[in-house]
Design a protein around this ligand. Structure first.
Ligand code: FES
Length: 159
């Protein structure tokens, strides 16, 4: 089996040789060796690299990409159906991430003008608003201010 050289894969995929080696070390793509011990890639590598590049553009962790690619048949070019399955899964991941980021942005609104960075009171360190179940936001801000001055061990104040 002849296959593509790493230079050919780099040229055709637009990905640097060093990045291809990195992907291979991470198990995202595989190669085989010729009788002269030269690295060669099967043609499916181009579609796999395209999937990796799409994942990186979307901020999908490489560990998740590796998991998905490992589920594809070895040596087979990922099909349109494979891509449909992967991309719909990533759409769900992005939706979850967007919801989390919106929640963090909303929580961050309570930090504007505060500056306490209290590990027990600040919404950033208080996911799920456990403190909010004790009291309302205005009281929380007052508690936070009191903690900032009255209990410095409770704060991660900047110098
Ligand atoms: S800095 Fe976040 S509540 Fe004070």
């Amino acid at each position: 089996m002849q296959g593509l050289t790493v230079g050919e894969v780099a040229r055709r995929s637009g990905v640097a040789v060093s990045a291809l080696h990195f992907y291979e070390r991470k198990g995202l793509i595989t190669s085989h060796r010729t009788s002269g011990n030269q690295r060669r890639y099967d043609r499916d590598v181009l579609r796999r690299v395209a999937i990796i590049r799409a994942a990186l553009a979307l901020g999908i962790p490489l560990s998740e990409v590796a998991h998905l690619l490992a589920g594809l048949p070895k040596g087979a070019v990922p099909s349109r159906e494979d891509w449909r399955t992967i991309s719909s899964r990533w759409a769900e991941t992005l939706d979850q991430r967007i919801r989390l980021l919106q929640k963090l942005r909303d929580d961050l609104g309570g930090c504007i003008g505060c500056g306490c960075l209290s590990l027990t009171q600040c919404a950033i360190f208080n996911p799920g608003d456990a403190a909010g179940q004790r009291s309302s936001g205005a009281v929380l801000l007052m508690e936070t201010t009191e903690n900032e001055w009255g209990n410095p061990e409770d704060s991660t104040e900047l110098p």
